[in-house]
Design a protein. Sequence first.
Length: 416
Amino acid sequence: MNKSVPKSTGGIYLMPFILLFLLSGFGILHTTASQEGSAVNQVIDSISYSSALYILIKKQPAFFAYTLSNSLPLIILLFFGFLSIMWTDFYGQVLLNTVHKIGACLIAICASVIFIKDMHKFFNILLYLFFFYFIATIFLMLVRPDVALMPVAEFGAYRAGLRGFTLHPNTLGAICVVGVWVAMGSLSLPRNRKKHVLMAGLLLISIFFCLIKADSMTSMLVSIALVAIVMWFSLIQSSSGGVKALKICLMLFGLLASGIFLYILKPEAFSVEYFFKAIGRNSTLTGRLSLWELGLKGFYAKPFFGWGEDRLFTFFDYYHEPVGQFHNGYVDLLVRGGVFSAIVFIILLFQVLAGLINMTRHKNRGYITVLAFVIIWLVHNITEASIFKSPNILWLQFLILYFFSVKHGQKLNTIR
């Protein structure tokens, strides 16, 4: 096994990720809402997947083999998803889904190489990408609001927010979450250049502007939480044991005092009704509760192995419900893969946890960005679905951090 380590890693490892990001981020230019895909999708997907595979085999064969051998839970999920072709009615969807999921893994492994070897370069490249993307999104909203905003006549006033170059405000919201992670990751880096710090700050401002205009409440809340988590861990990371304990105590005291003060001034703020009113939603979470009920009904019908990885075509054909998802990643996973997939996914999360523990032991600051994203991603899946779904930018981002954690969960160095 080759253990030699280069001084730097080329940005070519991010090329497949950037291609897939641009494909999703500019979906309105090549796909309509009624289409499942387009010729552009097929071409760019193929280029992204094949280029990632070529780069890994050509430049990082040892790391590629090592990563695969240490990602058994993910491989089991992929293989089990393919096996569901035996109990689904839509075989083509299972095959297509499997290709996309394997392709996403290849892209994520490729991107994780530069994330492991040169975190500064990783964040700086993506910082430029996301900065110009959101500037372009705001510009589009100003000059062509008829294109940038969701059509009220087709989708209703409650969903008439900013979608930018994507097909839906929730898609833009997911891109915003990853953009916030990139900005905060860049800001958390030691010895970062002033221009990158400034650009990260401007990126955060533009993202939150887009989130407000998109009215993507879940993405807004988890983005705020992401900023808070990274800031908090960066704060205590720079302190010694005694000072760190003091900061934690002061933070807890501040939260408690703020809660008591708010309760005295506005006790109704602690009611469920006030919470939904404050976020502009109702107690049914804009119809999500009925979807969750339907999903659990399907799970109870096939609890062990689920309905199959055919994008829920068999399920919705059986129940005659024309809905594409359950707006809950956990219900979605249970319906598609049953208890078996849920257990394997939990094991996969424990792999990430093992990597995080090892990073903290070796004082690797990468644990802050990994932990922050994984936490908010798991929360995001309470009202949106992105667990084991491809193509999906949030799942792709999780995979990058998963392979990063797998690498840091071990002591061997296989990147050459």
